[in-house]
Every structure is written in structure tokens, then in C-alpha cells.
Design a protein around this ligand. Structure first.
Ligand SMILES: Cc1cc2nc3c(=O)[nH]c(=O)nc-3n(C[C@H](O)[C@H](O)[C@H](O)COP(=O)(O)OP(=O)(O)OC[C@H]3O[C@@H](n4cnc5c(N)ncnc54)[C@H](O)[C@@H]3O)c2cc1C
Length: 570
């Protein structure tokens, strides 16, 4: 296999918005930094973000002429989170938001504009003001290209199509990682003083997901295996409007621009579920409403409702939502100018992730995490649309600052430790390639996705989840019996899928155990057998670790202080 070892001040795993923003910041501080990504950075899921990024710029007035503020943004975020977000992290993100949007503009992002030339802002779910800045409905594409151009400009090395297989841990510290070069099959070692995971979400452990196929949560599983605790993993966001048939996202921007939801009788049913906010209630509320309508027989055959944009008129649809129109035409044969779009809820976002402190440091020294793979806890039990793009760029920068500020010396033994980790990885890969138990990694992934959606979907219930957990464990046993028909490590997709699957199965079990233990309903976690929020027992973060090979669940307090915990109403 014959890989190489290199040494860096910082290694950043992930080439999405978080990873690229962090890389820029570390490089600006004059340190050596490498980015590793399993796909070309521009294929990271960030590129698919549609609707926009929240910042209280106050360019568009709210009800009665009120002007937005970062405090209002923080309030909406904490309320949207069903009070599970850490309020210090939320305040930090919301305070940094306006400068972050302007900084991106200075780097080259082409934000859509108002008539007066200011950056345009549109209403989004759960927000008291039109606060979401956007580049048509292709915001992620625009911002990711901006940051990638900056990374190219600084000549930051990017190891693309390198799949990180393990974090190297020694003496209670993270000393780097090993990675499989997909093209050649070589295993390389990266020794680093600090390592940042920016590997995105784990949405693909569910079927009906809006996420890219690469969103398998590798970094979250790597952290768990290296001994860093995970947080709030049972909180998985289901987006109300994904295209029926393919589950491609139909951005909340479609409702932000005025789109309405109707059932098969033609009723605008959100009036019964959120009489004030209607379609712009937070995602957990709208997704449950649609599921309820479908369950009551008010959906269309096959299980969907209609998202109607026709009253917006062709001009507005083509100017503000051109990507959505194209997706509806290409993948459902429906032109939203003339017909309503068939939509159903689908998995969309991972609120939980690697537990980090406000500086982005995980439970393992010198290992940091930011973006969707991390849980610094700005989303709590339910994320508001537009807050994730914001989180990636704000914390990509701030966590890089803490890396630069805290950088330890390179450990003398780091190169040797990384070298022996490379050998271990090579042996493991050879062992996997030698298996011939008859199971297919592709089929196992499909079964896992179906199991998760069925047993840990929008509505959950104890018995059903127990059964799901048994299925996950059985899949884990079966995964040891895979067959590799191609026994070469170069360009071996089955091998990469298998390496992903190992992590996905671990994460699925953590989600399952967290969901079973949390006997309440909060945000995205809705239990039919425990329909109410229980602050006495569960106003707390779920912490998951592996102890003696088993997942252990514990709780830790939520950081409150800015806003009082209240009942949520919309
Ligand atoms: C369709 C869609 C639309 C969205 N729209 C919006 C929106 O409008 N507004 C909003 O706020 N949020 C939106 N979101 C959410 C938001 O886009 C994501 O949360 C965010 O972009 C995640 O960025 P990230 O940098 O954390 O990770 P990602 O962009 O997912 O990047 C992860 C990176 O990690 C790398 N990686 C992963 N595993 C490995 C490994 N084993 N080895 C090497 N590299 C690895 C990948 O190659 C990739 O480069 C949307 C999400 C989806 C799915």
C-alpha cells in the first residue's frame, strides 16, 4: 500500500463550509494546515444549501416596522430549540452573524439584493423577522465557491478523495489521523498538533433523506471510537417539504416567499396546528402536522400533501426560487408556476454530534469539532432554518482561532505513533478485503436506513424503538459477514461504503439508546408514549460514550441564563 506520513500544525478533516473557513483562518495565522476530504470540496453537502443564512442585519423591517436585533435572533433560536440549546453559544453565534455575512460578501459571495441595494432578507420558519440572507435559492453553492476560491488563493493543500479511517490517540491526546487514498488504495498518516473534525452530519443513516450520499457521519463515529463523548444524538430534524418520490429538498424559502401547504380536500391545514405562524412555524411543528394529515387520510395517495406556489406568480418564482422550480420540473415533472408541488417530510439535519465546549474542543485533548458534526449546541432539540450555514462559517472561524490560541507543541513520539496507526489501518483493511461471508455492504446500508426511518422517525414510541434497536444490533452482527468481491484497496467503492457502514451502525445505536432513554417529547423528538416535555428530568443534554464496548448514556446540564424556559407556542 505504501503511504506517506506528513506533519502539520493543524489538520482539518472536511472540505465543506466549516472546514474551508477554518483552514483559511489557520493559514492566515501563519501556521501549516492541510484539508482532507473524501470528495472534492465543492461536492461537500454544503454546496446543496438552498434557502439562506440568518443574520440580524435589519435590512427588512418586521411587523409594525420593528427592527431586528441579535437578541431577537438569539431568542428565536433558543425558543426554536425547545430550550435545549446552550444560550452562551447561541448568543455568540447571533452576535457574530451580521459581520459574518458582510465578511463573506467582501470575499466574493453574491447575495441577492433589495431594491435599495442592501442585502436581501426573507422570512424563515420560527423567526420573528425576515432575517435570512440568500443568494437566490443557491446560497450554499455561492458561499462554498467563495471560500474554496480563497483556499485556492492561499494555496492551502487539499487532500481530496482521501477517506479518513481513524484518529490517532496516544496519552489522552489526539495526534492526527490516518486516511485511505481512494484512488490508489494507499494508507497515509497525518501527524498534527491539532485536529479539527468538520465532517458534516449523519443524515444518511435514515432513508428519505435530503442529504448527500456522503453524509454518513464518519467524523462523529471517529470521535466516538477515539473516546470523545457525543451529545444529543437522538435529535434528528425532519424537514417538512421534500419532493415526493426522491426526497430532494424543497427549501423552506418556498414557504418564506409565501408558499402554502394544502391537503387533499384543499384545506390550508396549518391553520389548525399553528394559527399564528402557519407554514412558517418551526420545522418540527410543520413536519408533525403534515405527518398527522397523512395519517388521518387527508394526504394524497402514496403519502404526500401539496405545496402551492402558484399565487406568487411566475416572476417571483423565477427570480427567487429558480432552483426549486428546476428541481420540481426535473424530478417530479411539475412546474410550480402551473401546479402545486407534491411534498412529504424527510430526514434533513443532525442536531446532535460531537460534544464540544464553546471553544470547539472535544472531550479528547487537541481534537476539535465544528459545523454539523459538532454539538456546540446552538440548535438544541430543533434547528431553525438558516442557522446551520451561519454556524458553519461562524464556528469555522472561531474554533480555528481557539486552535491557533491553544496550539500544543508537536509531541516527539507523534510520527512513530502515527506510523503504527497506519500499519494497524492497513491490517484492518486487508482483513476486511479478505472477508467472504455473503452479505453486501450496499444492502446492509439500505436496511439500516429503512430501519431508522421506520423505528426512529418523526413519531417515536418505546416498543417500536426497542424493536428497532434489536434490528440495528442484528445488522451489526451481519456486517461482520460481508463479502468483498473486489479485493483490491484501490478505487474500491464497496470498501469505502463498508468503512462508512461500520460508523453508521454505531451512530444508529447511539441515536436509538438516546431516544429510548429520553422519556419526553421535545423539539424533533416526539414520543407518542411520552407526549409532553419534562423539564424536571430532561432539560439536559444526552451524553453518549463507549464504555467497555457498550454505549453508555448520561446527562449534563444545559447552559441557560439569557432567556427563561417557557412553553413553546406558535
Ligand atoms: C439539501 C440541503 C439544503 C440545506 N439548506 C440550508 C440552508 O439553506 N440554510 C442553512 O442554514 N442550512 C442548510 N442546510 C444545512 C447545511 O447546509 C449543512 O448543515 C452545512 O452545510 C454542513 O456543513 P459542514 O461544513 O459542517 O459539512 P459538509 O458540507 O457536509 O462537509 C463535510 C465534509 O467532510 C468530509 N468528510 C466526511 N467524512 C469524511 C471522511 N471519512 N474522510 C474525509 N473527509 C470526510 C466531506 O468530504 C465534506 O467535505 C441544508 C442541508 C441540505 C442537506
Amino acid at each position: 500500500m505504501g503511504g506517506t506520513i506528513t506533519a502539520w500544525d493543524a489538520v482539518i478533516i472536511g472540505g465543506g463550509l466549516t472546514g474551508l473557513r477554518a483552514a483559511l483562518q489557520v493559514s492566515r495565522a501563519g501556521l501549516s494546515v492541510a484539508v482532507i476530504s473524501k470528495v472534492h470540496p465543492l461536492r461537500s453537502h454544503s454546496v446543496a444549501a438552498q434557502g439562506g443564512m440568518n443574520a440580524a442585519l435589519g435590512n427588512v423591517r418586521g411587523e409594525g416596522g420593528a427592527v431586528d436585533s441579535w437578541e431577537s435572533h438569539a431568542y428565536d433560536t433558543v425558543k426554536g430549540s425547545d430550550y435545549l440549546a446552550d444560550q452562551d453559544a447561541v448568543a455568540l453565534m447571533c452576535r457574530e452573524a451580521p459581520a459574518t455575512v458582510l465578511e463573506l460578501e467582501h470575499m466574493g459571495t453574491v447575495w441577492s439584493r433589495l431594491e435599495d441595494g442592501k442585502i436581501a432578507q426573507r422570512p424563515f420558519g420560527g423567526a420573528g423577522f425576515p432575517r435570512t440572507c440568500y443568494a437566490e435559492d443557491r446560497t450554499g453553492h455561492n458561499v462554498l465557491h467563495t471560500l474554496y476560491q480563497q483556499v485556492l488563493g492561499r494555496k492551502i493543500p487539499v487532500f481530496e478523495e482521501f477517506f479518513v479511517t481513524s484518529l490517532v490517540r496516544s496519552g489522552g491526546r489526539c495526534m492526527g489521523c490516518t486516511a485511505l487514498e481512494i484512488m490508489t488504495g494507499a494508507v497515509h498518516g497525518f501527524a498534527s498538533r491539532a485536529t479539527l473534525l468538520a465532517t458534516g452530519g449523519f443524515g444518511r443513516i435514515f432513508s428519505r433523506s435530503t442529504n448527500a450520499l456522503i453524509n454518513t457521519g464518519d467524523g462523529v463515529a471517529l470521535a466516538l471510537r477515539a473516546g470523545a463523548p457525543l451529545k444529543d444524538m437522538e435529535f434528528v430534524q425532519f424537514h417538512p417539504t421534500t419532493l415526493y418520490g426522491t426526497n430532494i429538498l424543497i427549501s423552506e424559502a418556498a414557504r418564506g416567499e409565501g408558499g402554502i401547504l394544502v391537503n387533499r380536500t384543499g384545506e390550508r391545514f396549518m391553520e389548525r396546528y399553528a394559527s399564528h405562524a402557519l407554514e412558517l412555524a418551526p420545522r418540527d411543528v410543520v413536519a408533525r402536522a403534515i405527518e398527522e394529515e397523512i395519517a388521518r387520510g387527508n394526504g394524497f395517495d402514496g403519502g404526500y400533501v401539496h405545496l402551492d406556489l402558484r399565487h406568487l406568480g411566475p416572476g417571483r418564482i423565477m427570480e427567487r426560487l429558480p432552483g426549486i422550480r428546476q428541481i420540481a420540473m426535473d424530478f417530479a415533472g411539475v412546474d410550480p408556476v402551473e401546479e402545486p408541488i407534491p411534498v412529504q417530510p424527510g430526514q434533513h439535519y443532525s442536531m446532535g454530534g460531537i460534544d464540544v465546549n464553546i471553544g470547539g474542543m472535544s472531550g479528547l485533548s487537541d481534537l476539535y469539532a465544528a459545523g454539523e458534526c459538532a454539538c456546540i449546541s446552538v440548535h438544541g432539540a430543533n434547528r431553525l432554518g438558516g442557522n446551520s450555514l451561519l454556524e458553519t462559517v461562524v464556528f469555522g472561524r472561531l474554533v480555528a482561532d481557539s486552535i491557533v490560541g491553544d496550539l500544543p507543541k508537536i509531541h516527539e513520539s507523534a510520527m512513530d505513533t502515527v506510523e503504527s496507526a497506519m500499519k494497524e489501518t492497513e491490517t484492518e483493511i486487508r482483513e476486511i478485503l479478505g472477508r467472504s461471508g455473503g452479505e453486501s455492504p450496499f444492502a446492509l446500508i439500505r436496511e439500516l436506513e429503512e430501519t431508522m426511518f421506520l423505528h426512529f422517525g418523526i413519531f417515536r414510541e418505546g416498543q417500536m424503538m426497542q424493536e428497532g434497536l434489536r434490528k440495528i444490533r442484528r445488522l451489526r452482527e451481519r456486517s461482520l459477514q460481508v463479502s468483498m468481491t473486489n479485493r483490491d484497496s484501490a478505487v474500491n467503492q464497496a470498501l469505502v461504503r463498508y468503512l462508512e457502514l461500520e460508523g453508521m451502525l454505531q451512530l444508529a445505536e447511539v441515536v436509538a439508546l438516546g431516544a429510548l432513554a429520553r422519556e419526553e417529547s421535545r423539539g424533533s423528538h416526539t414520543r407518542r408514549d411520552h407526549p409532553h416535555r419534562d423539564d424536571r428530568r430532561f432539560l439536559a443534554h444526552t451524553m453518549a460514550t463507549i464504555e467497555e464496548g457498550e454505549v453508555a448514556i448520561a446527562y449534563k446540564p444545559v447552559t441557560l441564563g439569557m432567556f427563561k424556559v417557557e412553553e413553546r407556542g406558535y
